[in-house]
Design a protein. Structure first.
Length: 295
C-alpha cells in the first residue's frame, strides 16, 4: 500500500490557468507576440514544461486534483504531455466577442468548492500570475490549507505572489529540471554513448545475491536513475537538507511515476536497488532511519 507523506498527511490540488502561463512564456520569448487576435486564435506551439510543475506538486504529496482551464481548441499540441500527467481539462470558450475566457473565475470557484468538499486536500497549488487570484488565496488560507503559487517572473502580479504561503517562479523550476536532465543524459563521443564520469554506475548493479530476484543480470536503465535523482532533488529542496530519510524516497518516486517497480530491475527491495547505485548516491545511518543523498 502506498503511504502518504508522514509530515503532510494530506493530498495536493493543482489548478492551472493554462493560457495565462502559456501567454507569459510567449511574451518572454517575443514581447507583444501574444496580444493580437491573429496570434491568440491559432494553434499554439508547446512552451509550458508541464512535467516540471507536476513534479513540484508531487513533492508536497499525492496529487488528488490536477485540473487545467483553457480554450483547448488552440492547444492540441500539448496533448501528449497533458495525457502523460493525467491533467483534467476544463474547456472554456470566450463569451461573445470578448477574448477573455474567464478561466481565473472558474478556477477560483472550483478551488473554493473543492476545499469545502474534500478535507483530505492539504495543499493547493495555483499556476498563474493574475492578481484575480488574491481573493481565493484568502479563502484557502482561512480554511487552514497551504497555498503555493507558480507563475512566470515577468507576468506575475507581485501582490498575488506575496499572498501565497510560498511562491515558485516557473523559470526556476524549469532551469533545475533541465540541469538534472543534462546531468543524467548520455554523452555521445566518437559514436558511442557514455555517461558523465561523475555519474557512471555499473550496468549490472553489484549487490548481495539475496537481493536479486533471479540469477539473470538486469541492467539499470538511465531513465529510472533520473527518476530517483529527481525524487531526491525535490525532497532535498523541500526540506532544505540534502540528506533524506530512506523511507521517504520510494513514496516520492511512486508519485512521480506510479509505474515504477523495483522488480523490473532485478531487485526484491528498494534498499537493494539503492545499493546498486552506490556510485551516485551516498547512504549513512540516521537517528531513526538510514539517510540518503546524491554524491
Amino acid at each position: 500500500m502506498l503511504r502518504t507523506d508522514t509530515t503532510e498527511g494530506r493530498t495536493v490540488a493543482l489548478y492551472w490557468d493554462f493560457e495565462n502561463i502559456h501567454a507569459g512564456l510567449c511574451e518572454d520569448r517575443e514581447p507583444g507576440s501574444y496580444r493580437s487576435p491573429d496570434a491568440r486564435f491559432r494553434p499554439q506551439e508547446p512552451l509550458v514544461n508541464i512535467q516540471a510543475v507536476v513534479d513540484l506538486a508531487a513533492s508536497f504529496g499525492p496529487i488528488a486534483i490536477n485540473r487545467a482551464y483553457c480554450n483547448w481548441q488552440f492547444y492540441g499540441r500539448y496533448r501528449d504531455a497533458l495525457l502523460q500527467n493525467a491533467v483534467e481539462l476544463v474547456q472554456l470558450f470566450p463569451p461573445g466577442g470578448a477574448a477573455k475566457n474567464g478561466a481565473d473565475i472558474k478556477l477560483c470557484l472550483d478551488a473554493t468548492e473543492d476545499i469545502g468538499r474534500f478535507s483530505h486536500v492539504g495543499t493547493v497549488i495555483i499556476v498563474g500570475g493574475d492578481s484575480d487570484f488574491m481573493p481565493v488565496s484568502q479563502k484557502i488560507k482561512a480554511a487552514g490549507r497551504t497555498l503555493i503559487g507558480v507563475g512566470t517572473r515577468k507576468a506575475t502580479n507581485r501582490h498575488w505572489a506575496k499572498s501565497c504561503h510560498e511562491f515558485r517562479y516557473y523559470e526556476n523550476l524549469v532551469e533545475v529540471r533541465e540541469e538534472v536532465a543534462a546531468a543524467t543524459a548520455p554523452a555521445t563521443e566518437g559514436g558511442t554513448d557514455a555517461a558523465p564520469a561523475d555519474l557512471q554506475f555499473p550496468a549490472v548493479p553489484q549487490v548481495d545475491a539475496e537481493e536479486r530476484t533471479n540469477s539473470t543480470s538486469v541492467a539499470f536503465p538511465g531513465d529510472h536513475f533520473e527518476l530517483i535523482r529527481r525524487a531526491l532533488r525535490l525532497l532535498a529542496e523541500k526540506r532544505g537538507d540534502p540528506w533524506i530519510n530512506k523511507a521517504e524516497i520510494l513514496p516520492m518516486v511512486k508519485r512521480l511515476d506510479p509505474t515504477f517497480d523495483v522488480t523490473e530491475h532485478g531487485f526484491t527491495t528498494f534498499s537493494g536497488l539503492l545499493k546498486g547505485l552506490d556510485a551516485v548516491v551516498e547512504v549513512r545511518k540516521g537517528e531513526y532511519d538510514q539517510q540518503v543523498r546524491l554524491r
